[in-house]
Design a protein around this ligand. Structure first.
Ligand SMILES: Nc1ncnc2c1ncn2[C@@H]1O[C@H](COP(=O)(O)OP(=O)(O)OP(=O)(O)O)[C@@H](O)[C@H]1O
Ligand SMILES: [Mg+2]
Length: 358
């Protein structure tokens, strides 16, 4: 596969599918970029001291099976689908339903009044893309509790934005950042530590510290990608991670499920992956940033003859979708094409040695 690389893109990532846990670091004290107004808060509380045995219809044997199948919190039961539980612990549909309902009750997770939803929205934090104009277009930066998809042709800046988010998320709270860490799931071997160093220096953070707060994992196939996202949840819960980047979301799915006949299977699997990501974003108050390439759409006669890969499943599951195009002299144009409450619009930004800027 021929891919465009910048000259600084020289170092290969160490191979290995393990998420690389790096040393703990102290809080950043270096100055960040100019502060952007932020709302920062703890993840919405979904905690209970209850154990699986407190769930309706769950005895020690079922509890054990649940743990063995990877369920380790009441929340993981509350957000599971009936089918998943039936498969994992070999119970009837009704019993699975009962377990889910009682888990939801323990966590007060059924209907919420709109004012409580508003409270939850107040926990939403924003991560700057590095470009003020792009931030404004996106309502003040990229939001936690959401999945944001950037799609566009090669070299349009999707990976650069992902790397920049891994840096900017670390800007301390006093400087308008979230003081959080990042997880980067790399499916195309595009993560470059040197690029992170450049970007960190440009925003006034200590590059060595910034690198320590980014957990990188290489995914080699779509199963691996899904597994990594699941494994990342532990880091997210325990290590103050505020952004999860998946670069690229569709590349592996696309290469593995190439044939027409496999499309339905691919979309089903993709749907499962995206639902899991939604839960992670929502329950842990983090941003999930995914990248996606475009393919040509032969049915399109007017306008831009390209469309994102992944079809309507990806489209419906992303909270925000931004279409990136290359323009002259390092300029990029980002177009917000889908948002639950913001108007469509465009912003021009730059990708330079300093990273993503205006
Ligand atoms: N150190 C740098 N200095 C200046 N510009 C850079 C630097 N690194 C990358 N770029 C710019 O970013 C572009 C690459 O962007 P990016 O890797 O984000 O593309 P992409 O949209 O992820 O593409 P693909 O679909 O191939 O993954 C380069 O072509 C170059 O214009
Ligand atoms: Mg890329």
């Amino acid at each position: 596969m021929s891919r465009k690389k910048s000259e600084t893109d020289v170092e290969e990532l160490p191979q290995g599918i393990e998420i690389k846990l790096q040393e703990e670091t102290e809080t950043q004290e270096t100055a960040g970029s100019e502060p952007v107004e932020q709302t920062v808060s703890e993840a919405p509380g979904l905690k209970t001291n209850a154990s699986f045995e407190d769930l309706a219809g769950v005895g020690p044997a079922t509890a054990e099976k649940l743990r063995a199948s990877g369920y380790n919190t009441i929340e993981s039961i509350a957000t599971a689908s009936i089918g998943e539980l039936v498969e994992a612990v070999e119970v009837s549909d009704n019993k699975a339903k009962e377990m889910i309902i009682s888990a939801k009750e323990l966590l007060n997770m059924s209907f919420e009044t709109a004012d409580r939803l508003l409270e939850k929205r107040k926990c939403v934090g924003h991560i700057s893309t590095g470009s003020k104009k792009l931030d404004v277009l996106l309502g003040g930066g990229l939001e936690t509790q959401s999945i944001v998809e950037f799609f566009g042709e090669f070299g349009s800046g999707k990976t650069q934005v992902g790397l920049q988010l891994c840096v900017n998320v670390q800007v301390p709270v006093e400087k308008g950042g979230l003081g959080g860490k990042a997880v980067f799931i790399d499916t195309e071997n595009t993560f470059r530590p040197q690029r992170i160093q450049q970007m960190a220096e440009a925003v006034g953070l200590d590059p060595a510290e910034v690198l320590k707060n980014i957990f990188v994992a290489r995914a080699y196939n779509s199963d691996d990608q899904m597994l990594m996202a699941e494994k990342a949840e532990d880091l997210i819960k325990n290590d103050g991670v505020k952004v999860l980047v998946i670069d690229s979301m569709m590349a592996l799915f696309r290469s593995e499920y190439g044939g027409r006949g496999q499309l339905a299977e691919r979309q089903q699997k993709l749907n499962r992956h995206l639902s899991a990501l939604h839960k992670i974003a929502d329950l842990n108050n983090i941003l999930i940033y995914i990248t996606n390439q475009v393919q040509s759409d032969p049915a399109m006669f007017f306008g831009d003859p390209t469309k994102p890969i992944g079809g309507h499943i990806l489209g419906h599951q992303s909270t925000f979708r931004v279409y990136l195009r290359k323009s002259k002299g390092g300029k990029r144009i980002g177009r917000l094409v889908d948002s639950p409450y913001l108007p469509e619009g465009e912003a021009v930004f730059m990708v330079s040695e300093k990273g993503v800027t205006d």
